[in-house]
Unconditional design. Structure first.
Length: 210
């Protein structure tokens, strides 16, 4: 099936498509937040003065809440038949949660806002991947998705490294989380600028025989 009714893209056209390149930057935002939170959350919790067992249990809280969000938020998006604003809002919730966590020293308050961050962060993936697959299909989709993954996952190095550097420089996590929060915020802006036509998701045009 072809997702885009207006044009077909070859693999090389997909790799050079401006929309694919922008979506790569968008995905960088979710990857940065994901790696920063996943890498440093146990250290943050450990600084609450709890045991190793308690650290593991407390660290799991945002992930349990996020696991609910990854199911519920996309279902709401499906019912609304709306992607752009839902995806952008998920990025903003992620950025807001990361930023807000820097203002709270109390463990309960900090974990509350980080759990809110997890709601947005976990909801992003099923929402985000409707964006490239709405205008790419077949080999072009495979290549485009691979490029988006490759560029976006550079955050796997950049985000934890930046967090560690800023922690050493400032003695705390606030500067690092604020720096990382910029990327999902930027992703939200880019998603709104790109826009999305949900009708393309429902396109079902047979491909020409090869």
């Amino acid at each position: 099936m072809v997702r885009e009714a207006h044009a077909r893209h070859t693999l090389w056209e997909a790799l050079a498509h401006p929309r694919v390149l922008v979506l790569s930057l968008v995905y960088f935002g979710t990857a940065a937040a994901n790696y920063a939170l996943g890498f440093w959350l146990p250290t943050i919790v450990k600084e609450f003065g709890v045991t190793n067992l308690q650290t593991g249990l407390i660290t799991a809280i945002p992930y349990v809440i996020g696991a609910v969000a990854v199911v519920v938020w996309p279902l709401i998006s499906d019912q609304m038949q709306e992607r752009k604003w839902n995806t952008a809002l998920a990025f903003l919730v992620t950025a807001g949660g990361l930023s807000a966590s820097t203002y709270f020293a109390d463990p309960v308050q900090k974990m509350t806002v980080l759990s809110i961050c997890a709601i947005g962060l976990f909801a992003i993936a099923p929402l985000f991947w409707t964006l490239p697959t709405a205008f790419l299909s077949g080999t072009a989709a495979a290549g485009g998705i691979a490029l988006i993954n490759s560029i976006g996952n550079l955050a796997g190095f950049a985000a934890p490294y930046a967090m560690g550097y800023l922690k050493d420089a400032t003695g705390g996590f606030a500067a690092g989380f604020l720096a990382v929060a910029f990327f999902p915020f930027l992703s939200a802006i880019l998603v709104l600028i790109l826009g999305h036509n949900p009708a393309l998701e429902r396109s079902a045009i047979p491909e020409a025989p090869h």
